[in-house]
Design a protein around this ligand. Structure first.
Ligand code: KIV
Length: 286
């Protein structure tokens, strides 16, 4: 892999992309090896999503992942990235217990190499977000479907289907913008409302399941690489059948080991002839 040796993208560069009508590219990643590839591919933003709960740990909800687990994933990702902006998702509850606890948790993410934090929510977290930004901690907002809490009330359905719902989303986006977020993830919102929000709000709107009329796109990397065959939301495009490819490789390995076609001479180390002769003599004495 040839690294393009570009310097780290800045928050202003991300924000300017909206002004220049250049789409922002973002994917999730949870470990060092995958992050190196994202960096190599020149992605603008790599997000350590709390979706790590489901795709990496097999939990049934993102509410089950905690700070320590998230920090471990973040360290691996940050170590693999030189160019993309690294954003850490703050897990459920980690910004609920007042300004001091919340900023303490945000600082932990920056200390392990992340460049910004993301948190789910609107008006209810404005003071927390203002506090972060006043200390120079960049924040990405997240509204629309908020997987930490929305499913408890409404399931996983799309948002912004009614005029009232749309107005609520627009005012949440405005409140986040005023609080100083540098961008907003909008999840599973109708294309009409996503387009209106992208027009009204000055910071970049990064959509997942929001259609094309937003400033950037984000997907969970396991979904777009096809690592889980059983999960296929409508908004995901599968670019690869990675699960199928990994399965085939494992079966080929299994077959070659059993039939003694692996390892071959090219994978094998040898002693020098004289050392082997010496060893044989020693073994005879023993
Ligand atoms: O946790 C996550 O992966 C996310 C993305 C879906 C935006 O928040």
């Amino acid at each position: 892999m040839q690294n393009q040796k570009k310097s780290k993208i800045t928050i202003s560069e991300i924000m300017n992309k909206k002004k220049n009508k250049e789409k922002i590219t973002m994917l999730t990643s949870y470990d060092y090896s995958m992050s190196r590839i994202c960096n190599e591919a020149n992605l603008d933003i790599v997000l350590i999503g709390d979706s790590a709960a489901t795709v990496m740990l097999g939990y049934d909800t993102t509410r089950k992942i905690g700070m320590d687990e998230m920090l471990t994933f973040c360290k691996g990702v940050a170590n693999g990235i030189t160019r993309s902006l690294v954003v850490a998702d703050m897990p459920f509850g980690s910004y609920y217990t007042g300004k001091e606890d919340s900023i303490g948790n945000a600082i932990k993410f920056l200390r392990c190499g992340c460049d910004a934090v993301k948190l789910e929510g609107g008006q209810e977290f404005i003071d927390i977000i203002k506090n972060f930004t006043s200390f120079g901690i960049p924040v990405m907002g997240h509204i629309g479907l908020k997987p930490q809490t929305t499913p408890l009330y409404h399931g996983y359905g799309s948002q912004g289907k009614t005029a009232e719902g749309a107005v609520k989303l627009i005012s949440e986006a405005k409140a986040l913008e005023e609080a100083g977020v540098f961008s907003i993830v909008l999840e599973k919102v109708t294309s009409e409302v996503s387009s209106i929000i992208s027009e009204i709000i000055k910071v970049p709107i990064i959509g997942i399941g929001c259609g094309p009329h937003v400033d950037g796109q984000v997907l969970v990397i396991h979904d777009m690489l096809g690592l889980y065959k059983d999960i296929e939301p409508k908004f995901v495009k599968r670019y690869l059948d990675l699960a199928g490819k990994i399965y085939d490789a494992i079966k080929e390995y299994e077959d070659e080991v059993k039939s003694e076609r692996f390892p071959t001479e090219e994978h094998t180390y040898h002693m020098a002839g004289e050392e082997l002769a010496k060893l044989e003599k020693m073994l005879k004495r023993v």
